[in-house]
Design a protein around this ligand. Sequence first.
Ligand SMILES: [Mg+2]
Length: 312
Amino acid sequence: MAGAFKGCQKIRGPQLRNLLEAKDFILLDCDGVLWHGEKAVTGAATVVNSLIRNGKKVVFVTNNCTRPREKYVHKFSRLGFTDVMLEQIFSSSYCSALYLRDVVKISGQVFVMGCEALRSELQEAGVPCVVEAEDPDATIYNCPLAPDVKAVLVGHDDKMTFLKLAKASCYLRDPDCLFLATDIDPWHPLSGGRILPGSGSLTAALEVSSGRKATVIGKPSRFMFECISSQFEGVDPAKCLMIGDRLETDMLFGANCRLDTMLTLTGVSQTKDAEEYRDSELTTNHSFVPDYIVDSIADFLPAFEEQDEQSN
Ligand SMILES: [Mg+2]
């Protein structure tokens, strides 16, 4: 179709090598790109190790807020990614802590509707959180509310209760209390066709009950890229490649930050989904379209093998 929006270029071999040569920073999503749960995508560890050894700045941008950064370092190492350091990991929980500490400079406490890892990431950054007393008889009619809550932060919470939702809704009655979400991922795939509701589903519940809209920290918001830019020298969007498996978060994040984007087909989104967005008449849908598509991160392997042959 003449004048059609471009994108979805299937890329491999020498083209892939040329693209890599033109980039200094490689931004990688984790779930669905590097691993599924505790199983690494075949070849992913070799690719990441080779990228790092070849002098690329590799950073990991993940909306998964269920693990503090040290635990990510352990996971990388456990799955064979041998050279990954703490400084390379940008999770939505870590970036939420940075936002509260450095951007907002929070003066009171944060009410967290999320898991323990999120709370510990805030504590690590010196951001105080409300500590809840265990009381099985507590209800929203009789429970105490902390007087100095200046932000409500929603993330993945597998111990979500109606009482937490009610408390968060009450805190948000104060217009000076900030409303933040680690991410708005709707759901995550599990094996056997099951799914796990994501932070976005809990955020949506609180948006309805509070009548307010959350500020999103994770992808597709630009803030994670600002965190990377503030912690590394010389981050030039033109020299960055964002690789992910989800069009609505990873590719949109890349588009929002003006990065070249690449979809891997080992996770949530598939080529037909990307092509539907590409062929859509709605131009806002074009932000979901990847510049490039590979079957898997393992498609990078030949690029390194050729490089190694050349250098021998
Ligand atoms: Mg993913």
